[in-house]
Design a protein around this ligand. Sequence first.
Ligand code: UDP
Length: 501
Amino acid sequence: QGAPNGLGSAIGSAAKAHFVFVPLMFQGHVIPAVDTALLLATHGALASVVATPYNAARIRPTIDFARKSGLPIRLVELPLDCAAEGLPEGADDVDKIPLGLEVNYFRALTLLTEPLERHLRAHPPYPTCIVSDFYHAWTVQVAANLKVPRLCFFSMCAFCVLCQHNVERYNSYDGVADDNEPVVVPGVERRIEVTRAQAPGFLRAPGFEKLADEIELALAESDGIVMNSFMEMEPEYVTGYAAARKMKVWTIGPVSLYHQHAATLAKRGNTTTATDADESLRWLDGKEPSTVVYVSFGSIVHADPKQVVELGLGLEASGHPFVWVLKNTDLYGEDVREFLRDLEERVAGRGMLIRGWSPQVLILNHAAVGGFVTHCGWNSTLEAIAAGLPIVTWPHFSDQFLNEKLAVEVLGIGVSVGIKEPLMWVAKKEIVVGREVVEAAIRSIMDGGGEGKERRRKALALSEKARTAVQKGGSSLANLLDLIKHFELDAGGCTAVQKDA
Ligand code: UDP
């Protein structure tokens, strides 16, 4: 009963629990949530993924592919009422949210409360658990109305969330007037310094005060945490965060390792890869092992025109083959577009530009790739770790500064270009990293030498640990199975954390 859309008995009999994922509709949040849903479905649970239409279209190929292979996974598409919050139509594509109306977007999301509850009641089997992105405080109401537990999903690492939590819990910024003055993170053994500019708190920005408070409250009251990280990489921070929050933390990553096949990897994240995945892999096939630098700043960052030029010249000067991903190049003026065309001619055969979406994980795992220049989005950082690559760290905003600290200071796999404050959204000044700095950073991760060798050794050792974690007997797989068991309908596991049923 209740098996929708031809899934037949797979759901009725094999599914042990029904996890409803509600990701934040940014690629860096949707991608790991979908991967986690796929992992749960692979191990017999039913997983539903909630998305607004624009995002649903992006992930539908992945979900359809999984369903065709018999996995119990569903896509729940719910329209976003943009007009109700004064947003233009189509603003569920987060690239189309007008500047200054970001808070309206978050308010529009809260309007999904009632439609989601209605949908879940009308489409059995009844959910056993909501796995909500921690930014969605409104899902507290959905879970409460349905009388089911609510877990928070983090596409962030424990190091980051613990450091952020501790500076807030111990009021470390009190009396610190300058946003760029470092404070020492309390409650962690290693000496880590951050500034308010780098770690202000999630959504702690003007206009978002109420939302940020609601997020913190919803997090503090959640029934557990699911995190795309793995225990062996950061044991003290995972256990530290679980203790600080007094809740269970299931580390189940790196979730990108779910994808064992090029077919699912090429579909991951987007329906329209700018480049044919086979073509980029063929290009890489012609390069020597570990010689190519991959450069990408993720799904949100759109580099400043001056920065594009300096980065391009730095790459050229480094002498290394490279794959460079640029987003929305049509938004640049003719001067930048011409610069890119000229650069392509000069480095023909040595450098490849991808304009748009790249099959990132496929590229990172190609034997020819030897390093990654990244903005330190957590997914990209963890994907580099899973692939055993040293990184050049170039944070732009949000958790990226703390991810950089983890990579450079704790794990010893990164070289920083030296950015100390946000480059977008809340940026205070124009900062351009010069071509010489780019060249030097690339050389130091790619050109061997004592320190370079040590970084690469550490990156490879971490990759081994990451791969072990997701295999039989590994910590992440054990946590994933435990998560399912915890919420198994028959075992009554969910009542253990159910607050008000
Ligand atoms: N990604 C991709 N192709 C691209 C850009 C990004 O596959 O051209 C994926 C990348 O592999 C990662 C995610 O999108 O899984 C980006 O998440 P991250 O946390 O690194 O950064 P964000 O986009 O949130 O800033």
